[in-house]
Design a protein around this ligand. Structure first.
Ligand SMILES: *Cc1c(COP(=O)(O)O)cnc(C)c1O
Length: 433
């Protein structure tokens, strides 16, 4: 049996870890079946505990943009580990990583390191509230900003109604300060800002969404959002946990030509170790403790081990900007190849892509927000996911996730992926429900 050892490890894990996983999407709940347990990875490939190998299109959900076990990153971690992993004191490497990140990203003067994207977004909105003296935030349905209470909110019935918790354990009190808007709907945001005039501290957005599949911002929407925020004296927070250092050295701000007020990072900035960060101009960052009144802290924040991985990663990206052109070419080839396979079939599909973020939705209409993303054919997606997995292609186990290509991926890997898709077409056509 192809996944025998993974199956038994999953059985065992479920006894001791809720659902057998430490982050829900890993459990394959939306696609069914047993999650694959990975033993090791190198370059573009994952190797599981049953001896199967996979071309990896997740890259650890984004961080490993240069591929797995990249020599410079691994050497930096090993060298650093031998000198001790954390001291609870300032270290020089924190400043080195801060300087480099600020040099690569437009429009930020100072940066604070945390341990995850969740922490970065949670802290960013606290800072926005402290800075503006206002309580409410606007977020977009289908955007994910980590699992802190303020973001686990779903839309109420109209623009003027408050949100309500999307998870038990989040209080109504918290929910009433989070307002929801549909992605790519500027008029809706304008209506919210009017209705809640003087109460909104920040609008937070994934400038290119990657948590409802990949959804691109409409040009007028994202530029209009910047204008609206300025008009209403509301901070625009770009959650670049996915897009930062991935779409370009300067992230979505650079690609879209928009300056946000606060920018959140995670994933690539940690080189595969747990790092998040948030950054802004000095005037805003001065509100943070110990300089200012907004409290934020972390025992392991900026620890030298994690910083060494992040620094090696950003140094490699900064030295060789060609990486972004290579990723663009590979991603464009993959998307074009998928289209040419699927165009010969009766299958309705949409491919959304910006740079090395791609998603495939089995639906006839353009996917522009959460509602249109949710109309995809689930049975077909599940057949696609498992069919590709069985052929050694590791895709995100949910239609609501983006692929993240990495620089280790070869043209031959892309060919192999397209051949697998081609082989799978009859099975996909058979899921016409
Ligand atoms: C992954 C992600 C987060 C959360 O980061 P964690 O490190 O998983 O806490 C926040 N925002 C976006 C856009 C993400 O993709």
């Amino acid at each position: 049996m192809r996944y025998q050892r993974s199956s038994s490890l999953f059985q065992e894990a479920q006894k001791f870890i809720p659902g057998g996983v430490n982050s829900p999407v890993r459990a394959f709940k939306s696609v069914g079946g047993t999650p694959v347990f990975i033993d090791r990875a190198q370059g573009a490939y994952l190797y599981d505990v049953d001896g199967n190998s996979y071309i990896d299109y997740i890259s650890s959900w984004g961080p490993l943009i240069l591929g797995h076990a990249h020599t410079e990153v691994i050497n930096a971690i090993v060298d650093r580990a031998q000198k001790g992993t954390s001291f609870g004191t300032p270290t020089e490497i924190e400043t080195e990583l801060a300087k480099l990140a600020i040099e690569m990203v437009p429009n930020i003067d100072q940066i604070r390191f945390v341990n995850s994207g969740t922490e970065a977004c949670m802290s960013a909105i606290r800072l926005a509230r402290g800075f503006t003296g206002k309580d409410r935030i606007i977020k977009f349905s289908g955007c994910y900003h980590g699992h802190s209470d303020s973001f686990l909110i779903q839309a109420g019935s109209g623009a003027v109604t408050f949100g309500y918790p999307s998870s038990p354990g989040v209080t109504q009190g918290t929910a009433k300060d989070t307002l929801l808007a549909p992605y790519n709907n500027l008029a809706y945001v304008a209506e919210l800002l009017e209705a809640h005039q003087g109460h909104v501290a920040a609008v937070i957005i994934e400038p290119v969404a990657g948590n409802m599949g990949c959804v691109l911002p409409d040009h007028d929407f994202i530029h209009g959002l910047r204008k609206l925020c300025t008009q209403h004296e509301v901070l625009l927070v770009f959650d670049e946990v996915m897009t930062g250092f991935r779409l370009a050295a300067g992230g979505a701000q650079e690609v879209l030509g928009i300056q946000a007020d606060i920018v959140c990072f995670g994933k690539v900035i940690g080189g595969g170790l747990p790092v998040g960060a948030f950054a802004a101009r000095s005037e805003i960052m001065a509100y943070l403790a110990p300089l200012g009144p907004v409290y934020q802290a972390g025992t392991l924040s900026g620890n030298p081990l994690a910083m060494s991985a992040g620094l090696a990663m950003l140094q490699a990206l900064n030295r060789d900007r060609g990486v972004y052109d290579r990723l663009e070419k590979k991603s464009a080839d993959l998307a074009a190849g998928m289209s040419s396979v699927l165009d010969k079939t009766s299958i309705d599909y949409q491919i959304n892509r910006l740079g090395s973020m791609i998603s495939l939705h089995f639906t006839p209409e353009p996917v522009v927000d959460f509602t249109t993303a949710a109309r995809g054919n689930n049975a077909r997606f599940n057949a696609y996911f498992h069919g590709m997995l069985d052929r050694g292609i590791y895709l995100p186990p949910s239609a609501f996730e983006s692929y993240f290509l990495n620089d280790a991926l070869s043209q031959a890997d892309i060919e192999k992926t397209l051949n697998a898709l081609d082989e799978l077409v009859p099975a996909l056509e058979a899921t016409n429900v």
